[in-house]
Ligand binder design. Sequence first.
Ligand SMILES: [Zn+2]
Length: 187
Amino acid sequence: MNDRAVFLEKDGTLVEEGRAGCDPAKLRLLPGASAGLARLRAAGFRLFIVSHQPGVARGKFREADLTLVVRRLEELLAPADAAFEGFYYCPHQPGARVRAYAVECLCRKPSPGLIEDACREHDLDPLRSWMIGDVLDDVEAGRRAGCRTVMIDNGHETAWRGGPNRAPHLTAPDLAKAADMILRNPS
Ligand SMILES: [Zn+2]
């Protein structure tokens, strides 16, 4: 079984940030996203989304609503040969409005819990896999899981808090370029 994966943040990396919330009709793939993912998949990488969805803890939408988002993403990506195999998310946010989700957890990035869950459930080797995201918490989660990392530098990171696991291996302007860089990198 192929054990190499690319893990992706959703909002701001794969789809336009902010506008959708949890409305599947407003989901828009970022330019180059499906083409880049199709190249990775053709090269043998299995694709997984690992995403923080604090809208659940903030009471903006329910966990069940996310299934519609996942279905819409499948509709957008599968025809482009960029199908993903799993959608892992963290619904938590300490201090948020919905008590049940306002907790410290092991899955909210920069913790590596979502990536570790995906690796365990799909027999993936994090050391042979990559994490792509648009903020340094994505980079830290990827590094702590043992992955190499690509930071999409598109202005979404604003704090630039440093730390031992927060330097990306590679930096790219978008997902298409990130895919090119990963495919040029020796495994
Ligand atoms: Zn969580």
